[in-house]
Write a protein that binds this ligand. Structure first.
Ligand SMILES: NC(=O)c1ccc[n+]([C@@H]2O[C@H](COP(=O)([O-])OP(=O)(O)OC[C@H]3O[C@@H](n4cnc5c(N)ncnc54)[C@H](OP(=O)(O)O)[C@@H]3O)[C@@H](O)[C@H]2O)c1
Length: 299
């Protein structure tokens, strides 16, 4: 079996490459399904998913049986300033992959986001809730979802949120750096969501890909949804940093793209099919911090 990972240098792509390459994750052994599989891991420099000719040639050469599309334009404010670019990477790119997968009989695992919802909910969103994105990023990702579902029968859409991993920039790493530079931090406390470890997401994706399931799946870490402020406090506490974390509102910290106030997702489809293997966000974060801080010490 040949497995293609696009966006392989990103947070999630990197973690997937690691576990599929090693055959094991921090979460456990990978299913036998992955034995003797060949991993083809590429980023935009080797395969730009926005070019259908490039995607077609790549498929003709490597003949992947399973594709994890981790490529995306993830800079939410950057997308707001350039919706055409966002659409190209987050909608046309997945469409090109979906069309090629359908033609070659390959399975496609595509990653999407909580930003497809309007953020006005009062209970966690489930897969059957109607999307209503408020941002260019959310609109482009929703278009990508729809292209994938329409173009490739053997596909899964996996919506995640508030992602952090060992490689790349994310909230956890940024806060650790800022905490060491400053005596105090100010973090919004009126946006609520599910912090999600790339370790757990990659593991869950590997399990889902090995199943026969198709359709939309929410894949975030479990436990009660939290604000960025509460997330920040947990990071400080577990990293042993005695830094005050002050609260502010979204209105006090305006950004080009409107952030959803409440974007918690419930992994209902996973729970009702192959099982929900995502840990509680606190457990996943604590484990990430132990490993990440140890890596830092060794460098
Ligand atoms: N990060 C989050 O908090 C979050 C939340 C919800 C959902 N998601 C979704 O989860 C998935 C993985 O996110 P992530 O945080 O791992 O993303 P990431 O770290 O930004 O990685 C995305 C990768 O895709 C590459 N890429 C960009 N344009 C490309 C193109 N045209 N062709 C091929 N590769 C291209 C990027 O390269 P460059 O860096 O050179 O552009 C980058 O290496 C994405 O679908 C994202 O929308 C992320």
């Amino acid at each position: 079996m040949t497995i293609l990972i696009t966006g392989a240098k990103g947070q999630l792509g990197n973690e997937l490459c690691r576990i599929l390459g090693e055959g094991v994750s921090e979460r456990g052994e990978l299913p036998l399904f992955y034995e003797r599989s060949r991993i083809v891991a590429v980023d935009v420099d080797e395969l730009d998913i926005t070019t259908s000719d490039a995607v077609d040639s790549f498929f003709a050469l490597h003949k992947p049986n399973l594709v994890f599309n981790c490529a995306a334009m993830t800079n939410v404010d950057g997308c707001e300033g350039n919706e055409d670019a966002a659409y190209l990477v987050n909608a046309v790119g997945p469409k090109n992959l979906a069309v090629a997968c359908e033609r070659h009989g390959a399975r496609l695992m595509h990653i999407s986001t909580d930003y497809v919802f309007d953020g006005l909910g009062t209970r966690p969103y489930v897969e059957t809730d109607e999307p209503a994105p408020n941002t260019a990023y959310g609109r482009s990702k929703l278009a990508g979802e729809r292209f994938v579902l329409a173009s490739c029968r053997n596909s899964c859409i996996c919506r995640t949120a508030w992602l952090y991993g060992y490689i790349g920039n994310n909230f956890v790493k940024t806060l650790l750096r800022l905490a060491r530079e400053k005596g105090s931090l100010t973090v919004v406390d009126d946006q609520v969501g599910n912090p999600t470890s790339a370790v757990d997401l990659a593991w869950q994706l590997a399990l889902l890909a090995a199943s026969q399931e198709t359709g939309i799946f929410h894949c975030t870490c479990n436990g009660e949804a939290v604000s960025w402020n509460a997330f920040a406090k947990r990071i400080m506490e577990k990293a042993g940093l005695a830094v005050e974390v002050k609260a502010c509102t979204t209105a006090q910290f305006p950004r080009p793209a409107k952030r959803p106030a409440y974007s918690a997702l419930e992994n209902r489809h996973l729970r009702e099919t192959i099982g929900d293997s995502m840990r509680d966000w606190k457990e996943a974060l604590d484990s990430f911090l132990v490993n990440y801080l140890e890596q830092e010490r060794r460098q």
